[in-house]
Design a protein around this ligand. Structure first.
Ligand code: MG
Length: 202
């Protein structure tokens, strides 16, 4: 199992981090060891700036390569909201040197997932509203209709480079409002008003 993650897929988020608007999807990977199976997230010792990024996550249900965008949704069985935990200070140092991000984003337990929702129960798969609350304050309020690159475009693009396999996950990018977590914080993620994710920071 692998997790393919998309960076800078919402204009306002790209701007809040001072990044250019990409002309093609920005991709990176998290290994299977990045999957956090607990409701606790422990801040690792190597960072002073751990940040949340709430994202719509897709579960891949069949293998595919060079997938046509017109058939891309057939490769997705379920969706949820997940957190792409990011050691922002480490990432910023790496970015400034032009180096890969992996240790800032693909470390152990850096991917938290909510409960899965069958895709066929989603009312409008091209406009999925999702929200993240930090200690009961709304901090991210996104909608997949605001993606720079839609889900079919992403799946087609990703599958040119990486064969998609049953059980893979795709993190589709975060909207504006990312921020830091501290010990004792609580994150709650929603899709269309339904709570799917709860994560306690330790
Ligand atoms: Mg992200």
């Amino acid at each position: 199992m692998k997790m393919i993650c998309v960076g800078r897929n919402y204009v306002l988020h790209a701007k809040e981090l001072g990044n250019a608007i990409p002309e093609e999807p920005v991709l990176f990977l998290k290994p299977s060891t990045a999957l956090n199976r607990e409701r606790e997230f422990y801040i690792p010792a190597f960072t002073q700036q751990m940040e949340y990024e709430a994202e719509i996550v897709l579960k891949i249900v069949k293998n595919g390569k060079f997938i046509d965008p017109a058939f891309a949704w057939k490769y997705v069985s379920e969706i949820t909201v997940g957190i792409d935990f990011t050691a922002r200070d480490v990432q910023s140092q790496l970015k400034s040197k032009g180096l890969p991000w992996e240790i800032a984003k693909a470390f152990d337990n850096s991917a938290s997932l909510g409960q899965w929702v069958p895709l066929d129960t989603v009312i409008d798969r091209d406009a999925i509203p999702f929200q993240l609350f930090l200690n009961d304050n709304l901090v991210q309020d996104g909608n997949t209709k605001d993606m720079l690159f839609s889900v079919p475009t992403l799946i087609s693009y990703i599958s040119k480079y990486f064969t998609l396999q049953t059980g893979d996950y795709i993190f589709t990018g975060t909207p504006a409002g990312v921020g830091q977590v501290k010990i004792g914080d609580r994150l709650q993620g929603f899709i269309a008003g339904v709570k799917l994710l709860e994560c306690h920071i330790s």
